[in-house]
Design a protein around this ligand. Structure first.
Ligand code: URP
Ligand code: ZN
Ligand code: ZN
Length: 469
């Protein structure tokens, strides 16, 4: 009888702290040993020349999320987790969204039904609170936090989701009592409304004008307001999808004041700009890049890189929010060609998140390999209550492993991706570094861009309270 089920031999183990040459022994889906040589295993995987990374944790994705009348998200749980597996991500964290007027608990139950039996990789849900009634705040939310839904997102914009300042503070207060972590979408709703109306009056309705309708000042103001409300009730918060320097400055200011404010950024803010929204000639092609906050300019990209390197950012997530482009239920929904206001917000990116950060960050020397691991796996696990089971290569952790070829040259092409969208905003982008094998709890779920088997191996993860706050 062999001592281990699997040995991964000859690779370089990389953690958030260090890198070193070692073999891994895997038993019963967990990392059993990390040592100089593992010989006695049923199966040996040769990792010579490869990096052995903890599987990516994408802590901000949208899957099968209700998105308004006639709009359908391009990914269900099967296609989103298939795409995640191919891209080196072993845990995803989508949002169970409370629709206005509905019970939060009921929405969570319905969301579980969509995921049941459909997962290629492990999954855990954040919540979205859109209707903080006394019943939700007094009973449903506290009970759900105790059941392992220990983080939730609130919105400062979008007609269907926006909370008033009073509601935000009330939600924050419950989160503090329950020790849940709140993720904030920080863009000021009224300012966006004002700018949108003016742009439309001037005839500026192409997708490009989505950007000018949500300039950095809108994000900066809301970030400051969220931080101030959180300080009022003494709550740690996460500012998600930070797009540029102005919001970063608010976060740095709050931290200097001793506030616990965590920050997330995403691929679109390091490789896309407002110019991408121009499309071919200010045409509807720009809709492929409509997301919120919108991509900014080159200076903003540089600011984000500084933040990724200097610790301003804790998390690098995809904010995968896929809509098909040539689809009346997607970007081309009724009305979308009459004004950017009707274009569904969000772009796909679950499969390309790790290659883009590795290539633009590690391969180009902007961030270290250790920082890459920290931003994409270890920090999300710590922050969202999955540590030590996920996000680290340590004995006892789940054997969620990615073998990464740091020298592999690839070109991002829609036809090679596994998501349900009909385009990628990163079409034609050359990258160096690519995942060649993805393992979830000791089972290979993807190898050389082929996803193995039917969905069903992935499990739902109940989470602890954050260990980072
Ligand atoms: O445009 C985006 N980011 N759509 C996804 C929803 C959100 O706000 O994260
Ligand atoms: Zn958001
Ligand atoms: Zn999002």
């Amino acid at each position: 009888m062999a001592e281990f089920d699997i040995a991964i031999r000859g690779g370089t183990v990389c953690t958030a702290a260090e890198r070193f040459r070692a073999d891994l022994g895997i038993r019963n889906g967990r990392i059993a040993t990390i040592t100089s040589s593992v010989l006695d295993a049923k199966r040996v995987i040769d990792a010579s020349g490869l990096l052995i990374l903890p599987g990516g944790i994408d802590a901000h994705v949208h899957v099968s999320q209700p998105s308004g009348e006639d709009v359908v998200m391009a990914d269900d749980f099967a296609s989103a987790t298939r795409s995640a597996a191919a891209g080196g991500t072993t845990t995803i964290m989508p949002f169970a969204l409370q629709e206005k007027g509905r019970s939060l608990r009921e929405c969570v139950r319905a969301y579980h039904a969509l995921a049941e039996g459909q997962l290629h990789v492990d999954t855990s849900f954040h919540l979205i609170i859109s209707d903080p009634t006394p019943q939700v705040l007094g009973q449903e939310l506290p009970a759900l936090v105790r059941d392992g839904y220990t983080s939730f997102k609130v919105f400062m914009t979008y007609d269907d989701l926006v909370l008033s300042d009073r509601e935000l503070i009330e939600v924050f207060d419950v989160a503090r009592r329950e020790r849940a972590l709140v993720m904030v979408h920080a863009e000021g709703h009224d300012a966006i409304h004002h700018l949108t109306r003016k742009l439309e009056e001037e005839g500026n309705t192409a997708p490009y004008f989505h950007g000018p309708s949500r300039p950095q000042i809108v994000e900066r103001e809301a970030t400051h307001r969220a931080i101030s409300h959180a300080e009022l009730v003494d709550l740690p918060i996460v500012i998600v999808h930070v797009s540029g320097e102005q919001a970063m400055e608010q976060i740095q200011w709050a931290r200097r004041r001793g506030r616990r404010v965590f920050a997330e950024t995403c691929p679109q803010y390091i490789v896309l700009t407002e110019d991408d929204l121009r499309g071919l000639n200010m045409d509807f092609e720009g809709a492929k890049y409509v997301c919120s906050p919108p991509p900014r300019d080159r200076d903003s990209q540089e600011a984000i890189w500084r933040g990724l390197s200097d610790g301003t950012f804790d998390l690098f997530s995809s904010d995968h929010c896929p809509f098909r482009y040539a689809d009346k239920h997607g970007k081309d929904r009724p009305g979308a060609r009459t004004s950017f206001r009707w274009v569904p917000n969000g772009i796909p990116g679950i499969e390309t998140r790790l290659p883009i950060l590795f290539s633009e960050g590690v391969s180009k020397g902007r961030i270290t390999l250790e920082r890459f691991v920290e931003l994409t796996a270890t920090n999300p696990a710590r922050l969202y209550g999955l540590h030590p089971r996920k996000g680290s290569i340590i004995p006892g952790a789940d054997a969620d492993i990615v073998l990464w070829d740091p020298a592999k040259h690839e070109t991002i092409r829609q036809e090679r991706l596994h998501h349900g969208a009909d385009y990628t905003p990163y079409e034609g982008m050359a990258v160096v570094g690519w995942p060649v094998l993805t393992m979830v709890r000791g089972r290979i779920v993807a190898e050389d861009a082929r996803v193995s088997g039917d969905p069903g191996w992935g499990v739902y993860l109940e989470r602890s309270l954050s260990t980072a706050v």
